[in-house]
Design a protein around this ligand. Structure first.
Ligand code: ADP
Ligand code: MG
Length: 256
């Protein structure tokens, strides 16, 4: 078995800031990996570079597709990259507004992504949108309402439905529960956990929430100042952190 995604020796600076400093990271099929670290440690930059949304200054990212062929994510032509994003990958933004089309109905947000992936039959698309609203515990009777009519937590559920309806193999999430009320976060994390397990997704997600990492991740990668300072199985990293920075993080001293 080969990894589904491999970042090799990635580097990216913003002026004097080393947002990524020689970072290598592999994700295996069906694996859920959390990238943790305090604010500014380079988590989002790493996620965006791995997802092909931002170009690294050094290193490369390889995606191993369902046929086993390796593709250099940053060497793809724009059309190929877009196809990958539509067919194989999903990206869940921290702010649902960045992942939804606010001028399109809730059901339309889900249906649109199915159509982009080749769905044609209107009735089937509408039925799939309703089904996915139910799966993320939204009321399908409200599918014709605009996203702005829904709460922040519901908008995040909608973004997740839009992302998963095409059954991606690989999903990136940047602080998927950030900015929500704590009680809403807990329910959303439970939902994400059950969908990820049910669909067997490979997930790379960024969080500064150690509890979220413990709940969702098989493996944890700890970043500080653009470098990975520790990585390992989630229980090992959280119960027996070796790097002093991870020890502080786990003790929540650095909670962002
Ligand atoms: N587009 C950008 N322009 C300039 N600096 C940036 C940009 N994006 C991120 N940075 C800087 O890179 C570092 C890492 O940022 P980021 O990846 O967003 O961290 P995190 O997600 O862990 O909070 C920070 O110092 C941040 O200020
Ligand atoms: Mg971030």
């Amino acid at each position: 078995m080969s990894p589904i995604l491999e970042g090799q020796d990635l580097a990216l600076r913003f002026g004097a800031v080393r947002a990524l400093d020689d970072v290598s990271l592999s994700l295996w099929p069906g694996e859920v990996v959390a990238i943790v670290g305090e604010s500014g440690s380079g988590k989002s930059t790493l996620l965006r570079v791995l997802a092909g949304l931002m170009e690294p200054q050094a290193g490369r990212v390889l995606y191993h597709d369902a046929e086993g062929a390796a593709q250099d994510v940053h060497a793809l032509r724009e059309a190929e990259r877009r196809t990958l994003m539509r067919r194989d990958w999903g990206f869940v933004h921290q702010n649902a507004r960045d992942g939804l089309r606010m001028g399109v109905s809730a059901g339309g947000n889900i249906g649109e992504r199915l159509m982009a992936a080749g769905g044609r039959h209107y009735g089937n698309i509408r039925a799939a949108a309703a089904e996915w609203m139910s799966r993320v515990e939204m009321d399908p009777a409200r599918m014709d309402e605009a996203p702005r009519n829904f709460s922040g937590g519901m908008q995040q559920r909608l973004q997740i439905a839009r992302c998963l309806v095409t059954r991606p193999r690989l999903v990136f999430m940047d602080e998927p529960t950030g900015g929500l009320d704590v009680s809403v976060q807990a329910r959303l994390l439970d939902l994400i956990r059950s969908l990820v397990a049910e669909l067997g997704l490979a997930v790379l997600f960024v969080t500064h929430d150690i509890a979220a990492a413990r709940l969702l991740a098989h493996r944890i990668v700890v970043m500080r100042h653009g470098r990975i300072v520790e990585e390992g199985l989630a229980d090992r990293v959280l119960d027996d952190p070796r790097h002093p920075y991870t020890q502080l993080l786990v003790a929540s001293v650095l909670a962002a």
